[in-house]
Write a protein that binds this ligand. Structure first.
Ligand code: CTP
Ligand code: CA
Length: 239
């Protein structure tokens, strides 16, 4: 089996990394958003660059500033899922890998109000109707399947809490199948994982084809800093 700690080179390769959350506008001053910090995606971009790749980082709304001043990381900012999809499609053409660490809003407000939504005196509360955003990852996998074009390695992420009878690992296996990506990184959230720390626990699941390419038949687990976890993912992306 390959050495799990060996860092294969990404020299001369191009990697697209998405990070952070999307923001879906409701009116000129309001939006629907999420709590993604962007840290995991930034760590992935840094590890990929450290392994020699040219990195296109597509960053949504993030708590921290994206890495700056790195010669091999270019940063593009987006807000909505549709903008993210456009950027991912453009950047993925000719790229060697796509790592989708962004927290994409599954839904957006169906109607954008051109003017700020105001309170009214008739006692009626506004109702926000949502519509589905495109599934950027699944669409790209489908495009690659039908056209033969697209990144040879596509990596998805899943944050699962589990709960009840739902085993996070089982949910992640189902998600890997459903999305059709090559690798799926499960972030186990909640439980005894400490908030506010730069610590994380990941499990890297591979499709059947990726399993044979990697020579690994079982998911690889890692608990440590987000930088270390990113290194584990990047090592598998490079193989
Ligand atoms: N993703 C995407 N486009 C979306 C939603 C998710 O590309 N509209 C990507 C994420 O960036 C991530 C992966 O798909 O890499 C899994 O996201 P997740 O939210 O866990 O999966 P969903 O299919 O949206 O399922 P769920 O109902 O559990 O949210
Ligand atoms: Ca989702």
């Amino acid at each position: 089996a390959p050495d799990a700690d060996a860092q294969p080179s990404l020299q001369g390769r191009t990697v697209v990394v998405t990070a952070g959350g999307t923001r879906e506008p409701l009116d000129p001053v309001r939006y629907l958003g999420n709590r993604s910090s962007g840290k995991q995606g930034f760590a992935l971009a840094e590890q990929a660059a450290a392994a020699g790749a040219q990195v296109h980082l597509v960053a949504g709304i993030t708590e921290a500033e994206p890495p700056t001043g790195h010669a091999r990381i270019s940063v593009e900012r987006i807000e909505t899922a549709e903008e993210l999809q456009e950027a991912v499609r453009r950047r993925s053409a000719g790229a060697d890998a796509l790592i989708m660490a962004a927290a994409v809003a599954d839904f957006r407000p169906a109607d954008y109000a051109q003017a700020k939504i105001k309170k009214t005196d008739d006692g009626q509360n506004p109702v926000i109707t949502l519509e589905r955003n495109p599934d950027i990852l699944a669409d790209l996998v489908e495009h690659r399947r039908s056209s033969g074009e697209g990144p040879p390695v596509i990596v998805g992420f899943a944050a699962e809490t589990g709960g009840g009878d739902d085993d996070p690992m089982k949910l992640a296996q189902q998600k890997l199948q459903r999305k059709g990506c090559d690798l799926l990184v499960l972030n186990q959230v909640g439980e005894n994982l400490v908030f506010g720390r730069d610590e994380t626990e990941i499990h890297v699941l591979a499709s059947a084809a990726a399993q044979s390419a990697l020579g690994e038949s079982e998911p690889v687990s890692w608990r440590g800093t987000k930088a270390e976890a990113a290194g584990v993912v990047v090592a598998r992306t490079a193989q």
